[in-house]
Design a protein around this ligand. Structure first.
Ligand code: ADP
Length: 959
C-alpha cells in the first residue's frame, strides 16, 4: 500500500512501474516459449535416435542370420568345413547384438521380439543345425531333406518375415514421431502469435493510460497558457485527486495565473503613469534640442577659435603667422577679404586682395580709417557700396562691410591693423566682443613672436660671442643634456657639425661621442659623470687628444639660478704649449745645471790648483789652455741659451744679404777641422750658383752646429761630407757623417728644444739639446727648412733647404736697353742733397726711374698717385718734420698695396733690429757702396716679380 502511494506521488515512478510490468511479461512469455520449444525438440530427437538404434541392431541381426544361412547352405552343398565354422561364429555375434537390443528395448513389443529371436536362435543352433549336420555327415540324405522340408526352411522364412515386420513397424514409429513433432511445433507457433498480440495489447493500453494521465492534462495546461498569452480570460481547474507533478503543476499554474492577472492590473496602472511621464519628457526633449543646437554653435565657435589659436601658435615665423591670422580670421568672421599689416616695418599678409589693393592699403596705412583706428584704438565697422568687381554678375545695388580691428601691444599702442571685408551681409553686432577677443589673442601671439625674435637675436649674438672665444665651451643642463657648444669645441673634437650633433644629446651620448677622440677615455667619462651629478661642480681634468697629440684642460663650473643649480659650464683649454714649456723648463734646469757645472768645475779646479801651487810654466800654460777652452765652451753655451731665448721672444732679427753659401761652409769646415784629427772632410759643389739671401752669421751658425754634431756623434771618426746642390727652386746643403746614427723613434723630436737622445752610446757626449732647434729656427726664418735622414748605427744626414735667388752677374744686364722690364720706379727720401744726387745717379744708371723727396710727408701723399716699386728711406730727416720711423708706421697703416712696398733703410743709425721689426727689407748703414744698394734693390724686386708680388704702377715717371 505504501509503495503504491509512493508510486502515485511521482509521474516518473508511475511510468517506471508500468514499464517494469510490461518488461516482466515480455521476458516470462519469451522464456516459456523458448523452454517448451527446446523440450519438445529434445524429446522427439531422443525418440527418433532410439528407434533408429533399434532398427540398426535388427538389421545387423538379420544380416548375421542371413550370413549363417548362406554359410550352412554352402557347407551342406560343398561340404566346406570352413563355411561351417564361419556359420557357427555368427551365433556368437548374433547373441551380442541381442544383448545390445535388450539394453535399448523399452516396451513389450520389443521384448516379445527379443524373446522370439532368442528362441529361434536357440532352436536353430541347438536343435535344427546339429541335427542337420548329423544327418549330413551320416549322409542321411532323406532325413536331411525331411528335416529341411519339415520346417527348417519354413522356420527360417518365418523368422525373416518376423524380422521384416518388426523393422517396418519401427519405420512407422519413426514417421509417426516426426509427424507428432511437426504438429507440436505448429502449436508453439500459434502460442507465439497469441503472445505477440498480447504484448501489442499491453503497449496500447500503456499508451492510452499515459495519454489519459499525462498528455491530456498537459495539453489542457498549454491551451490555458496560450489563451492567457493571447490576452483572453482563462481558468485552470486544480487536479485535486493527484499527488504527482501534474497535481502540483495544476496548483502552481493556478497560482501563477492569479499572480499574472494581479500583475497585469499593476502594469496597466504603471503604463498610464508612463504615458503621462512621456508627454513630460517630450517637452523636455524639445528644450534640450534647442540647448544642443546652441551648444553646437558654441562648439563650432570654440573649434574655430582653437584652430585659429593653434594656427597662429604653430609657427614662430612672422610671415607664416600673419598668413595664418588673416586666413583664419576671414574663415571665422566669414569675411571675403582681409589684410593685416604691421605699422613699423609694414610687413603684412592679405587674403583675397589684389596687388594694387594691397599697395593702396600700404600707401595709406596712416591715413583715413586707419588713422581713426590708430587714434581711438577701438574696432569699428564701415558700410559701403560694392564696386563692380566685387558685385560679380549682380546688377542691383549692394553693400559691403569693412571691420577694422586694432592690434595692440603691452603698452596699449597699436602695432598692427587688421581689416576684414564682407560682401552683402554685415558683421553681427553680438559677435563684436568675440572679434575683439580674437584681436587680443593676435596681439599676444605677435608679442610672442617679437619676443622670440628678440631672444633668437640675443641667442645668436651669445653664440657668436662664444664662437669667438679660443677655448672650447660647452653648456649642459642638470641632467647632463648638452644645451650649447661653441665652434672651438667642435674643432677640438674634429667635427665641423658637432654643434648640431652634440646639442640635444644626453650625457651618455655626447660624452661617448667626444671620448672617442681621447686617449684616457674612462677617466674622461668618469670626470663628466662625477661633475654633472655633484652639487658643486668646480673641478678640472686634463686629457690628451689621441689624433692631434694635444693636451687640454677642462674646467667645470656650476651654473646657479636663484641658488639652484641649473647646469654646468665646461671650458676646454689647449694647454699643450704650457705643458711643453713646463717640460722644457725642467729639462732646461737639469741641462743647464749639468752643462754649466761641468766646465765650471774644471775652471774652478785648475784655477784653485794654480793659485795654491807653484807650477812650471809649461804646466801653467797647459792648465790655462784648459781653462780657456772650458770658458769658450761656457760662452758658446750661454750664447746658445741667449739665441734660443731671443728666437722664442721673437726679438731675433736677420739680415737680408746676398751671401755665398760655399764660403760659409768652407769657413766652418776650416774652423771645425782644428778640433778633430780622426775625421775626413769633403765638400762637393754640384751647382754653379751657391748664393742665398740671408744673415751670414746665422747661416754660419747652422753649419757650425751641424758639422760640430757630425764630429761629436761619430766618436770613432770617419768621413764627413758636405754636398751643395739645387733641387727645383731650392738650394740644398747636406751634412753627412758615418757616426752613431739616430734611433727612428727619436727622429721626429730631434728639432725640439732641449731634446737629447738618451742612449748609452752617447751619454758621455756633452750637449744641451739646443743645437738642432736653433738650426731649425734659423732655417725657417730664411723661408727654408732642415730635414734629417739616419740609419741607427750607420750615420746621419742633415739637409738644409734655402730658397734660391736670382743673382745679377754684372751690371750690364741692368741697362735700360737690355730689358725694359727692369725699369722699376723708386722713391728716395733723403734730406742730404749730395747723397741724394749720388744715389739718383747710381740708380738711373741701372735703369731705375727715380723720384727724390726731402720731406717724408710729401712722399707719403705722392705715393697715392704714383705707387713706387720700392723706397730708399733715411731715418733722420729734417727736424720738426716726419722722420723715417713715423713714415714707415704711417705707410704700414695704409691698405695694400701701399703697406707692402719694400723699404730699404739708408741710415747712419745702427738700429737694424728695430728696422727689421717694422718690416724693412734691407738695412744699409752709412757709409755704404751705392752699387750695393742698386744690386740689392734689383735683386729684391726681381725676387718679388718672380713670386708675383710686384706692383705694376699705372705710370712710371722719371723725376
Ligand atoms: P746636443 O748636441 O747639444 O745634444 P742637438 O740639438 O745638437 O743637441 O742634438 C740633439 C740630439 O740629436 C743629440 O743629443 C744627438 O743625440 C742627436 N744628434 C744630433 N746630430 C747628430 C748626428 N750627426 N749623429 C747622431 N746623432 C745626432
Amino acid at each position: 500500500m505504501k509503495i503504491k502511494k509512493h508510486l502515485q506521488k511521482s509521474l516518473s515512478m508511475q511510468f517506471f512501474g508500468l514499464m517494469l510490468r510490461v518488461v516482466l511479461f515480455i521476458i516470462i512469455g519469451a522464456l516459456v516459449i523458448i523452454f517448451s520449444y527446446r523440450q519438445l525438440n529434445e524429446y522427439h530427437s531422443n525418440q527418433n535416435e532410439l528407434l533408429e538404434q533399434k532398427e540398426a541392431i535388427i538389421k545387423q541381426i538379420d544380416n548375421r542370420f542371413n550370413q549363417a544361412f548362406f554359410d550352412f547352405r554352402g557347407y551342406f552343398a560343398f561340404n566346406n568345413e570352413s563355411l561351417k565354422e564361419d556359420a557357427f561364429k555368427q551365433e556368437e555375434k548374433i547373441r551380442k547384438l541381442l544383448d545390445e537390443f535388450k539394453r535399448v528395448e523399452n516396451n513389450t513389443e520389443d521384448h516379445i521380439f527379443y524373446e522370439n529371436v532368442e528362441s529361434y536362435l536357440n532352436t536353430y543352433y541347438r536343435d535344427l543345425i546339429p541335427e542337420a549336420i548329423t544327418f549330413f555327415e551320416q549322409r542321411d540324405r532323406d532325413n536331411f531333406e525331411a528335416l529341411a522340408n519339415d520346417g527348417g526352411t519354413k522356420a527360417v522364412n518365418a523368422f525373416k518375415n518376423d524380422v521384416q515386420a518388426y523393422r517396418n513397424k519401427i519405420d512407422d514409429k519413426i514417421e509417426a514421431n516426426y509427424e507428432l513433432l511437426v504438429q507440436r511445433n505448429s502449436y508453439i507457433l500459434i502460442f507465439v502469435g497469441l503472445y505477440l498480440i498480447g504484448i501489442m495489447f499491453i503497449l496500447f493500453q500503456l499508451t492510452r493510460t499515459m495519454f489519459k494521465n499525462v498528455g491530456k492534462p498537459l495539453s489542457d495546461f498549454a491551451e490555458v497558457a496560450n489563451e492567457v498569452a493571447s490576452g483572453k480570460d482563462a481558468d485552470v481547474a486544480i487536479i485535486t485527486n493527484r499527488e504527482d507533478e501534474l497535481g502540483k503543476l495544476s496548483v502552481a499554474f493556478k497560482k501563477m495565473l492569479t499572480s499574472l492577472q494581479e500583475k497585469e492590473q499593476d502594469l496597466l496602472g504603471q503604463n498610464e503613469e508612463l504615458i503621462a511621464q512621456q508627454d513630460e519628457l517630450e517637452a523636455q526633449r524639445f528644450e534640450l534640442e534647442q540647448a544642443l543646437s546652441n551648444l553646437k554653435r558654441s562648439e563650432n565657435n570654440l573649434r574655430d577659435r582653437n584652430e585659429f589659436v593653434k594656427g597662429i601658435s604653430n609657427s614662430l615665423d612672422k610671415k607664416n603667422v600673419l598668413d595664418e591670422i588673416v586666413v583664419n580670421m576671414c574663415k571665422i568672421t566669414q569675411a571675403d577679404q582681409g589684410i593685416i599689416c604691421f605699422l613699423d616695418d609694414q610687413s603684412y599678409a592679405a587674403y583675397g586682395i589684389s596687388q594694387t589693393g594691397k599697395q593702396q592699403f600700404l600707401n595709406n596705412l596712416d591715413n583715413g580709417l586707419n588713422d581713426k583706428l590708430i587714434k581711438y584704438k577701438e574696432s569699428f565697422t564701415v558700410k559701403r557700396e560694392l564696386i563692380d568687381m566685387e558685385k560679380g554678375f549682380h546688377e542691383a545695388k549692394s553693400y559691403g562691410y569693412d571691420l577694422y580691428l586694432p592690434i595692440l601691444d603691452i603698452e596699449n599702442e597699436v602695432i598692427a591693423v587688421l581689416v576684414l571685408s564682407r560682401f552683402g551681409s554685415a558683421f553681427p553686432e553680438d559677435q563684436m566682443d568675440e572679434y575683439n577677443g580674437f584681436a587680443k589673442q593676435i596681439s599676444i601671439s605677435l608679442e610672442n613672436i617679437q619676443m622670440y625674435e628678440q631672444s633668437e637675436e640675443d641667442r645668436n649674438r651669445n653664440q657668436d660671442i662664444l664662437n669667438t672665444v679660443l677655448e672650447g665651451i660647452q653648456l649642459v643642463d642638470v641632467d647632463g643634456n648638452a644645451v650649447q657648444v661653441n665652434h672651438m669645441l667642435c674643432q677640438i673634437f674634429g667635427c665641423t657639425e658637432a654643434s648640431n650633433r652634440i646639442v640635444g644629446m644626453s650625457l651618455d651620448n655626447w660624452s661617448k661621442e667626444m671620448a672617442q677622440f681621447i686617449e684616457d677615455e674612462d677617466d674622461f667619462l668618469a670626470f663628466f659623470k662625477r661633475v654633472i651629478h655633484s652639487a658643486d661642480s668646480e673641478a678640472t681634468h686634463t686629457y690628451t687628444l689621441s689624433n692631434k697629440n694635444k693636451i687640454y684642460k677642462v674646467y667645470a663650473n656650476s651654473l646657479y639660478h636663484d641658488n639652484e643649480k641649473i647646469g654646468t659650464v665646461f671650458v676646454h683649454r689647449d694647454i699643450t704649449k704650457e705643458t711643453e714649456v713646463d717640460q722644457m723648463k725642467s729639462e732646461f734646469v737639469s741641462t743647464v745645471s749639468h752643462e754649466l757645472r761641468t766646465p765650471l768645475a774644471s775652471i774652478y779646479g785648475y784655477t784653485e790648483l794654480m793659485l795654491n801651487r807653484e807650477l812650471k810654466p809649461e804646466k801653467q800654460k797647459k792648465y790655462l789652455t784648459t781653462i780657456y777652452q772650458e770658458t769658450k765652451r761656457l760662452t758658446n753655451l750661454i750664447n746658445d741659451f741667449l739665441d734660443v731665448q731671443r728666437m722664442e721672444s721673437g726679438r731675433q732679427t736677420y739680415e737680408q744679404k746676398y751671401i755665398d753659401l760655399l764660403d760659409i761652409v768652407k769657413d766652418v769646415v776650416k774652423t771645425q777641422k782644428l778640433a778633430t784629427s780622426i775625421h775626413e772632410f769633403q765638400i762637393d759643389v754640384e751647382t754653379q750658383d751657391t748664393t742665398v739671401l740671408g744673415d751670414k752669421d746665422k747661416l754660419k751658425q747652422i753649419f757650425t752646429n751641424l758639422i760640430n754634431n757630425a764630429i761629436k756623434y761619430s766618436p770613432d771618426g770617419g768621413n764627413i761630407s758636405i754636398r751643395l746642390y739645387r733641387e727645383d727652386d731650392h738650394m740644398k746643403t747636406s751634412v753627412t757623417d758615418e757616426g752613431l746614427g739616430i734611433p727612428e723613434d727619436a727622429l721626429d723630436k730631434l728639432f725640439s728644444k732641449f731634446y737629447r737622445v738618451d742612449n748609452s752610446d752617447r751619454r758621455t757626449i756633452g750637449g744641451t739639446g739646443l743645437g738642432l732647434s736653433i738650426v731649425k729656427e734659423i732655417a725657417l726664418a730664411h723661408n727654408g727648412d732642415v730635414q734629417v735622414a739616419s740609419e741607427y748605427g750607420q750615420g746621419s744626414s742633415f739637409t738644409v733647404t734655402l730658397p734660391v735667388v736670382e743673382t745679377i752677374v754684372n751690371s750690364e744686364s741692368l741697362s735700360p736697353q737690355s730689358d725694359s722690364k727692369h725699369a722699376y720706379n723708386v722713391y728716395i727720401i733723403e734730406d742730404d742733397q749730395h747723397l741724394t744726387g749720388l744715389l739718383e745717379q747710381e740708380l738711373r744708371e741701372n735703369n731705375f726711374y727715380v723720384q727724390s723727396f726731402t720731406k717724408a710727408a710729401i712722399a707719403l701723399k705722392q705715393i697715392k698717385s704714383v705707387v713706387p716699386h720700392a723706397i730708399v728711406l733715411d731715418l733722420n730727416l729734417e727736424a720738426g718734420e716726419m722722420d723715417g720711423w713715423e713714415f714707415m708706421r704711417e705707410l704700414k697703416r695704409l691698405d695694400v698695396p701701399y703697406s707692402n712696398i719694400p723699404i730699404i733703410i739708408s741710415s747712419a743709425l745702427e738700429e737694424q733690429d728695430k728696422g727689421f721689426q717694422l718690416g724693412v727689407t734691407n738695412y744699409f748703414v752709412k757709409p755704404y757702396r751705392s752699387s750695393d744698394l742698386s744690386r740689392t734693390l734689383l735683386q729684391t724686386l726681381l725676387e718679388k716679380e718672380k713670386r708675383g708680388q710686384i706692383l705694376i704702377p699705372d705710370t712710371k715717371k722719371d723725376s
